[in-house]
Design a protein around this ligand. Structure first.
Ligand SMILES: *[C@@H]1O[C@H](CO)[C@@H](O)[C@H](O)[C@H]1NC(C)=O
Length: 207
């Protein structure tokens, strides 16, 4: 009987111990500070809510995904420059993918698939144009020539749309749907950011 009560009380003690331990762990977790959003994160979130909320071309999630990595962005103009960079990187990798699809021995695109090859060649030239225009677009954004930058970006958005549309017209399955979508949205995102950058108080008017 004595041994029963002894073991019983020790198991009660260990249960209490576990509960206390759990409790203190929970308490510590509750008290742990929430990682603070940096000023730059807050700026990006606010900017994405503003431009994404008012856009029919892309949403807040796309904007955050694209700009989320932009450390130290200071305003709409800087964010537009980030979007322009992303577009250039995207277009460069899409161009490489097209080259690979068309490339060499035609491993990926069969010789008899003339329609697909024709569409890909058209996209190759369209994306080549986006890549070539990249430096001028960046220079225009950084130089505050937003109208010029916007014209280049609208041309890029139209090129991505034209590439995708070519496959549809030829009833060929597009191997570039995701890339065309990203390029179109990145260009429209940059255009939207530039629109806000040109509003007084949003840009770098007052340094
Ligand atoms: C292209 O842009 C999209 C959207 O921001 C991004 O998710 C993707 O990683 C980019 N791809 C490349 C190769 O830069």
């Amino acid at each position: 009987m004595a041994s029963f009560s002894c073991s019983s009380s020790s198991s009660v003690m260990s249960v209490m111990g576990v509960i206390l331990l759990l409790f203190s762990v929970l308490l510590a977790a509750a008290e742990a500070p929430v990682p603070a959003r940096s000023a730059s994160d807050q700026m990006i979130l606010a900017a994405c809510k503003t431009v994404g909320g008012g856009s029919t071309y892309f949403d807040v999630t796309f904007c955050l995904g694209a700009l989320g990595s932009a450390g130290g962005a200071g305003g709409y103009q800087d964010l537009a420059a980030v979007a322009v960079d992303l577009l250039a990187t995207n277009a460069t990798s899409t161009e490489a993918k097209i080259d690979r699809l068309l490339g060499g021995s035609g491993v990926e695109v069969k010789a008899d698939d003339a329609a697909l090859a024709r569409c890909l060649r058209s996209c190759q030239s369209l994306y080549g144009g986006i890549v070539d225009d990249g430096p001028a677009c960046t220079a225009a954004v950084n130089g505050g020539r937003f109208g010029e930058a916007t014209a280049i970006l609208e041309k890029a958005a139209a090129a991505a749309k034209e590439c995708e549309g070519g496959f549809e017209k030829s009833s060929a399955a597009s191997p570039l749907t995701a890339e065309d979508d990203d390029a179109f949205k990145l260009a429209k995102l940059a255009v939207a950011l530039l629109r806000f950058a040109s509003e007084p108080g949003n840009g770098h008017c007052c340094y």
